[in-house]
Design a protein around this ligand. Structure first.
Ligand SMILES: Cc1cc2nc3c(=O)[nH]c(=O)nc-3n(C[C@H](O)[C@H](O)[C@H](O)COP(=O)(O)O)c2cc1C
Length: 404
């Protein structure tokens, strides 16, 4: 993740359960040609055999030779090099990389194949999907035929970003999984809120691995394989302390640049309850103000420790699991002193509400179409009672996720 999956965050994520990490997307041309960029983005500890492996280094690129030149710099310091074909941002459109290469399959083939033929380590690719399942399948096959040794598929189209993000489509991931050669190593990406979603994804898609981005940023324990809810949603003070001990010992600029942003995300559920701490974080000077960070952490620790000294802490610290939702999982209610996923509001409405609303509208649409059909059919056979009971059945039915 750009500015977010740098060395310190990867070390922390592994500590909390991640088994494979990706670097942020690096710009191949800059990495190949600018020593300053390389030094800013890559430190002496990145790819360290003890602390930072297994590791995939991800590049965006549109020139095969520059991509190869860039990739050569990280051979011996990572386990694979990934080509990002998923970035949908305006900057990728302007630079002609990421998902904006989806119109130029020849170039994509050359980029991947150049690494496949000339690099000592494997090349992999991360793609988005098209609306058309078969076109996506052909696309994935082309990427594999170029030499990608595993494929990560983000189940959203290029247009699904910002307000139009919506739910990732696991059906298309399943379709790809079923129709690509059996030995394809297939990673699924999208819709991971909780550790259980990873198991659900592995089972539904029968993929080899699941990638999570945003879920991991707000809760690095999203990858834990513990079934204990307290491990799944660790205390913000503990995560913050662990992160701080890591980041202050990390060389290079990238880890320091990302520090404030990570602190905000770890503390996201906590800060609305402690606005004074939010203000203190805002005032921390970027990159080097470790004293400022230490004082914020001490304050957070003191507040959370005080909560845990309360007599009714067992009652207060309960994590509850809600009803099965239309999207196939359940929301958890997690105390604000524990890391948890964030539902970003757009125009005052959170993402989960937008998605639920969209699913409900779709469900109603399905119901109305079916109602009309039944009414029309009953007009033909003239059986009013049959019509009424069939409509009632529909009203009472639970529409399953795959129906909407
Ligand atoms: C802050 C942020 C930075 C990201 N940077 C990258 C990146 O560098 N490379 C990439 O392939 N995807 C990047 N993504 C996209 C994610 O890898 C992922 O495809 C997308 O967020 C959907 O997965 P999620 O639902 O787990 O977040 C980024 C996402 C976020 C939120």
């Amino acid at each position: 993740m750009v500015d977010q999956s740098e060395l310190a965050w990867r070390i922390l994520s592994r500590k909390y359960g991640a088994t494979l990490c990706y670097t942020p997307m690096l710009h191949a041309k800059s990495f190949a040609t600018s020593e300053k960029y390389r030094n800013d983005m890559w430190s002496s500890l990145d790819g360290d055999s003890e602390q930072d492996r297994p590791l995939v280094v991800q590049f965006c690129a549109n020139d095969p030779d520059l991509l190869l030149q860039a990739a050569k710099h990280v051979v011996g310091k990572c386990d694979a090099v990934d080509l990002n074909l998923g970035c949908p941002q305006g900057i990728a459109r302007r630079g002609k990389y990421g998902s904006f290469l989806m119109e130029d399959w020849d170039l994509i083939y050359k980029l991947i194949n150049t690494l496949h033929v000339n690099l000592e380590i494997p090349v992999t690719a991360k793609i988005r999907v098209y609306e058309d399942y078969n076109k996506t399948l052909e696309y994935a096959k082309m990427v594999l035929s170029a030499g990608a040794q595993f494929l990560t598929v983000h189940g959203r189209t290029r247009e699904m970003k910002g307000q139009k993000t919506g739910l990732a489509n696991w059906d298309v991931l399943k379709f790809l999984r079923e129709n690509l050669p059996q030995d394809t190593v297939f990673f699924a990406n999208g819709n991971i809120l909780y550790p259980e979603d990873i198991t659900r994804c592995l089972n539904e898609i029968t993929c080899d691995a699941v990638m999570s981005a945003e879920g991991n940023l707000y809760n690095p324990a999203v990858f834990t394989n513990s079934t204990n809810l307290k491990d799944q949603f660790p205390r913000v003070d503990k995560v913050l302390r662990d992160y701080y001990e890591i980041v202050k010992n990390c060389p290079g600029e990238a880890s320091k640049i990302a520090m404030k942003s990570h602190i905000f995300k770890i503390l996201r559920p906590f800060l609305p309850h402690h606005i004074d701490i939010r203000e203190k974080i805002v005032k921390i000077a970027p990159r080097q103000d470790f004293d400022g960070v230490e004082s914020v952490i001490l304050e957070v620790e003191s507040i959370v420790n005080e909560i845990f000294e309360r007599e009714n802490i067992d009652e207060l610290d309960k994590i509850t699991i809600g009803e099965l939702e239309l999207w196939g999982g359940e929301y958890r209610t997690v105390p604000y002193w524990r890391c948890q996923p964030y539902f970003r509001p757009v125009n005052g409405i959170t993402g989960d509400k937008r998605i639920t609303q969209a699913l409900k509208e779709k469900q109603d649409e399905v119901k109305n179409i079916s109602k009309e059909e039944i009414i029309n059919e009953s007009k033909i056979d003239g059986s009013k009672d049959l019509k009424r009971s069939a409509v009632d059945d529909l009203e009472n039915s639970n529409v399953k996720k795959q129906d909407v």
